[in-house]
Ligand binder design. Structure first.
Ligand code: FES
Ligand SMILES: [Fe+2]
Length: 361
């Protein structure tokens, strides 16, 4: 790749992508017989889990006069609005309007609240936010964290992030901030910067950093070294907001996924989910992983929130080859996806084939 600097290549922030599954909340937060409000992509949602454990996602707005339904009551079967007592079932159909007199011509079941496809996977409640311009109405499969064996441990972490979605995602895939943002005595210092060359290839809706040996100064490399097996890491980015990392070491594996989900225009949430079969014999391994992951997540959160303070002044930005090339690909993928939706043609992938990027980090 040629080395060039592009100024102001960051496109104007566009609306978050519709037509994808987004993690709404932890599955454990959606308790049986309870409802919980959650804004996603600026849309007010209400997640209900009925008394049989079934999930539903509804628009958290009463069709009568706009009261958030989350202020009302859910009895495990029906939702009741707190304002005039209209009742709705889990399919969003209106079942009862207390103010109607006997023989009223109003057919309550013709009135409804918008509902969204909703599924539980990998410990999250996922909601499918369809794109009105989509031709097909069937939702694709819910994203799945790769699991390479029957037995494993798992953890979930999340943190709120005060920044716009594109900046949050670009921060997630930025390869050059490590030595500055993730400095620590036990892992790496800024003096450990060295040149890297990584091979990338296109994958559906995203790109992959092909399986490679992680750098010798990475924390994971040092930890997994005890197994004496060959260690490889594969990192995928997939629209709209998913970053997967799969580390294998002989029969051992560590699989993680980070998502940056837009809540409102200037507010996101990072959800980090990991599963592994390494170090199962180490006491408190999960606690240790949680502490390490939390530490990294907080470092990323802090740096992205500080950057957001500068971005408020809408400065022109530079995206540098090759270190910022993944960021460029993200913007191009997003634009290609939107173009395909608008034109009805298949998406033209911005990556035409394998590419090697070089940078120092
Ligand atoms: S606003 Fe909900 S019943 Fe009137
Ligand atoms: Fe980071």
């Amino acid at each position: 790749m040629s080395t060039s600097i592009e100024s102001s290549t960051r496109p104007a922030p566009s609306a978050p992508l519709l037509g994808f599954w987004y993690p709404a909340m932890l599955a454990t937060a959606a308790r049986r017989g309870k409802m919980r409000a959650q804004v996603l992509l600026g849309l007010p949602l209400l997640i209900c889990r009925d008394s049989h454990g079934r999930l539903a996602a509804l628009r958290d707005i009463c069709p009568h006069r706009g009261m958030p339904l989350s202020f009302g009551h859910f009895d495990g079967t029906r939702l009741e609005c707190c304002y005039h007592g209209w009742q709705f079932d889990m399919e969003g159909r209106c079942r009862h309007i207390p103010a109607l007199v006997e023989g009223s011509p109003i057919q309550t079941d013709k009135i409804g609240v918008t509902t969204y496809p909703c599924e539980e996977r990998d410990g999250y409640v996922w909601v499918y936010l369809s794109d009105p311009s989509e031709k097909t109405s069937a939702a694709p499969e819910v994203p799945r964290l790769p699991l390479l064996s029957e037995r494993y441990r798992r953890l979930h972490l999340s943190t709120a992030l005060r920044c716009a979605i594109d900046d949050g995602i670009v921060g997630l895939m930025d390869p050059a901030h490590g030595p500055f943002v993730h400095q620590s005595a036990w892992w790496r210092s800024r003096d450990s910067i060295h040149e890297k060359a990584k091979a990338f290839e296109p994958i559906p809706n995203g790109f992959r950093m092909k399986a490679h040996e992680p750098s010798r100064n990475s924390a994971l490399y040092k930890l997994l070294g005890v197994y004496g097996e060959r260690i490889t890491t594969t990192i995928d980015f997939v629209l709209p907001n998913l970053r997967y990392e799969l580390v294998t070491c002989g029969p051992y594996w560590f699989s993680s996924r980070a998502t940056v989900t837009p809540i409102t225009e200037q507010e996101c949430r990072i959800d980090f989910c990991a599963a592994w079969n390494v170090f199962r014999w180490v006491p408190l391994a999960t606690t240790l992983f949680r502490l390490i992951a939390r530490h990294f997540l907080n470092q990323d959160k802090r740096i992205m929130e500080r950057q957001a303070l500068g971005l408020r002044y809408k400065p022109p930005l530079m995206l540098l080859d090759d270190a910022d090339t993944p960021a460029k690909w993200y913007y191009k993928l997003k634009a290609a996806h939107l173009e395909a939706r608008q034109s009805g043609r298949p998406m033209e992938h911005p990556l035409k084939g394998p590419v090697t990027l070089r940078w120092r980090s």
